[in-house]
Ligand binder design. Structure first.
Ligand SMILES: Cc1ncc(COP(=O)(O)O)c(C=O)c1O
Length: 347
């Protein structure tokens, strides 16, 4: 399979915007090439300069953390930007289609709609695992992307590695494995398989375990060819200097990240035990993420009661196979205790 056969013709032929910082490679002390304000900015930090378009410092650090080469990483405004770019690179509006496996993360379909791309749906089975024959039966020569979310949002489970492998081998388009919640799972990332499978794109984010949702930094990891096209299509300076500076600092504190993961996973176990004791809780689904999906007798009643008492969870009842299901994010220990105390009052 040739990846270039999957890429939109206009993108293959695209001559990307060449920024001043891309063009000048040498050493200089006076920068009169990018129409910046050379006097400075109204901050002690020099925000008057454009940032590195390819975010090399951060990618070097991520390369060590993720065990991939820096050139295999694309950084975006959250992994949501990577989802948008997947459509821009691969999907010809009005002609191509993609496959999603509901119930799953809502942005795949939203981006498909924005980009005029048909969305085909192969629902996950009763165990929230892919129905591989059903997926393959939806594929035609215009199917460009297949989105696998592992651990899946909103169900919380990992997608079986056998299913991912089979799909990587049999589907001749791009398999996107969205690992936004992988840090909480006791499982290896698919990012290390990108050399083996040329059609694999893995998404991860700093929004969850790293505690940086407000900064908006996510990534796509794939082979250099695909990431090269991502870089061609992205806005030239898509991550700002302030964000880069904070991320650089945050990525040094791996111990903090590990402690977040340990704490959230320990609190998740406690929350599951407490929830299981409540009479109106019918099922707690296994979770490899920082949230749990809980089936209750009447999700709207529980949702309204919690909301009236100042706690917001997500009612996922309208999703396929999620009738009466609430998705509950693991909070701080105190927040989880507050939630349980309230729910006990309801039982
Ligand atoms: C499965 C999944 N993918 C991607 C994202 C987007 O994350 P971000 O854009 O913050 O990196 C989310 C956010 O909730 C998510 O649940």
């Amino acid at each position: 399979m040739l990846i270039t056969d999957l890429i939109r013709k206009s993108i293959l032929e695209l001559k990307p915007y060449s920024s001043a910082r891309d063009e000048f490679k040498g050493e200089a002390s006076v920068f009169l090439d990018a129409n910046e304000n050379s006097w400075g900015s109204p901050y002690p930090i020099a925000y008057n300069r454009y940032p590195d378009p390819l975010q090399k410092t951060i990618k070097n650090r991520l390369s060590a953390l993720k065990n991939v080469r820096p050139e295999q990483i694309f950084l975006g405004n959250g992994s949501d930007e990577a989802i948008d770019i997947l459509f821009r690179v691969f999907c010809e509006p009005g002609l191509d289609n993609v496959i999603i496996l509901p119930p799953t993360y809502g942005m795949y379909a939203v981006q498909g709609n924005i980009h005029g791309t048909e969305i085909r749906r192969a629902p996950l089975n009763d165990h929230f695992q892919p129905d591989v024959p059903a997926i393959l039966s939806l594929v035609d020569e215009r199917t460009k992307l297949l989105f696998l979310c592992s651990p899946n949002n909103p169900t919380g489970n990992l997608i079986s590695s056998d299913a991912v492998t089979e799909l990587l081998e049999k589907f001749k388009g791009i398999v996107v494995v969205d690992e936004a919640y992988i840090d909480f799972a006791n499982s290896v990332s698919w990012a290390n398989k990108t050399d083996e499978y040329p059609n694999l794109v893995v998404l991860q984010t700093l929004s969850k375990a790293w505690g940086l949702a407000g900064l908006r930094v996510g990534m796509a990891m794939s082979n250099e060819t695909i990431i090269g096209y991502f870089n061609k299509v992205k806005y030239p300076y898509n991550i700002g200097l302030a964000t880069l500076a904070i991320v650089e600092q945050a990525l040094q504190s791996e111990a903090q990240y590990r402690s977040f993961v340990e704490q959230l996973n320990a609190d998740k176990s406690i929350l599951k035990i407490e929830l299981a004791d409540l009479a109106f809780v019918e099922k707690i689904y296994p979770s490899d993420a920082n949230f749990i999906l809980v089936k209750v007798r009447d999700a709207q009643v529980v949702y309204d009661y919690l909301a009236q008492n100042g706690i917001i969870v997500r009612n996922r009842s309208k999703e396929v196979n999620c009738e009466n299901c609430l998705r509950i994010t693991i909070g701080t220990t105190a927040e989880n205790e507050q939630l349980i105390a309230l729910l006990k009052g309801m039982a």
